[in-house]
Write a protein that binds this ligand. Structure first.
Ligand SMILES: Nc1nc2c(ncn2[C@@H]2O[C@H](COP(=O)(O)OP(=O)(O)OP(=O)(O)O)[C@@H](O)[C@H]2O)c(=O)[nH]1
Ligand SMILES: [Mg+2]
Length: 336
């Protein structure tokens, strides 16, 4: 009993999430969205369960058929006995479930399936930034036991691309005729695709779109992570091509793993998230210093007549000196 008591306590929701409690999942997501103070503890305790799920992003223009395709992929994965999480992220919507209602409806046949968890997020539900909140929600879904997490987001802005940085594979859904020409596609979006999905292949212009993508790929001198993105045609509305999409996704994942790229991406992600927190802490440190130390305040506010670069370098060297002194003082203790 005593040993049990001495174990560092875990956030109570974590146990419930691990046990498959859907209400605990919903509660945890709300805490994340609201930036609740206990969010830090929650994420810390969820972290050991991260990295279990395969995360697949689907992006593309509004109305390209992303939700219809995701709905088909859910069915396919459920058929294989996998537990599936779906996160529909819409940065253009201030409401969770408002503009995303269409997504919910299109996937509603899975709503009662205990092996599927579907959640929508808009900017209103994410006080501290949608991309960060969405990435944190993935930790919850991983701990919940999702084998695969499908992330749907409209590919229009930077925050959508930020959401997708955590995906193992990004499927870009394009449609013929809808102005989805390779040349006019939003800068950056064509480049991040691991799989090109030409949906609505039942409509005229699908062949032309496929040729356009092929031409673009032919002109490329090199490919990110040595992966040449395949092009898959689908008619999501009729469930055609779903299996081919999933095959392409699996092949891509196998490629990432065999080349060590998946591990490299994880390292990169960890570094960038840790660095972001350090930046944040440093900002706070500077503000505190400005309030408590007059030398800092004068240099920061330009009361010394020196230029910002010189001010910053003076503060920086003072800081480094301070760190060096502390390290020096701490050395004898460290050796023990
Ligand atoms: N003809 C045709 N229509 C399709 C196909 N797939 C989807 N649609 C239709 O396209 C419309 C938009 O589909 P959604 O799945 O909601 O598209 P979306 O990309 O999720 O849209 P947003 O979430 O609003 O960006 C719906 O009316 C679908 O029925 C297809 O393969 N062929
Ligand atoms: Mg949708």
């Amino acid at each position: 009993m005593a040993g049990h008591d001495q174990r560092p306590s875990r956030h109570p929701l974590v146990e419930r999430i691990l046990g498959g409690d859907r209400r605990a999942v919903a509660r945890a997501i709300t805490l994340i969205e609201n930036e609740a103070p206990e969010k830090r503890m929650l994420l810390r305790d969820l972290y050991p369960f991260a990295g279990r799920a395969q995360i697949v992003g689907f992006t593309g223009s509004p109305g390209a058929g992303k939700s219809t395709l995701v709905d088909q992929v859910i069915s396919y994965l459920r058929g294989a006995g996998l537990q599936v999480g779906v996160l529909a992220v819409d940065p253009s919507s201030p409401f969770t479930g408002g503009a995303l209602l269409g997504d919910r409806i299109r996937m509603s046949r899975h709503a009662a399936d205990p092996g599927v968890y579907i959640r929508s997020m808009g900017t209103r539900g994410a006080v501290g930034g949608l991309a960060k909140a969405a990435r944190d929600v993935l930790y919850v879904l991983e701990a919940f036991g999702c084998d695969v997490i499908l992330v749907e987001t409209v590919g229009v802005g930077q925050s959508e691309l930020d959401v997708l940085t955590v995906a193992d594979t990004i499927g870009l859904v394009l449609t013929p005729g809808a102005g989805d020409h390779v040349q006019t596609a939003k800068a950056g979006i064509m480049e991040i695709a691991d799989v090109y999905i030409v949906n609505k292949a039942d409509l005229p212009g699908a062949d032309a779109l496929v040729r356009e993508i092929e031409l673009m790929l032919r002109d490329k001198a090199s490919f990110r992570e040595d992966w040449r993105p395949p092009i898959v045609r689908t008619v999501a509305a009729r469930g055609e091509g779903t299996e081919a999409v999933w095959q392409a996704v699996r092949t891509h994942l196998a490629h990432l793993e065999s080349g060590g790229w998946r591990a490299a991406r994880r390292r990169l992600r960890h570094r960038s998230e840790t660095t972001a927190v350090l930046h944040h802490l440093f900002d706070r440190f500077i503000a505190e210093r400005a309030a408590s130390d007059d030398t800092w305040r004068r240099l920061l506010d330009g009361e010394t007549g020196l230029d910002p670069q010189t001010c910053a370098e003076q503060l920086w060297s003072e800081l480094k000196q301070r760190v060096a002194t502390t390290e020096h003082e701490a050395l004898p203790g460290k050796r023990i």
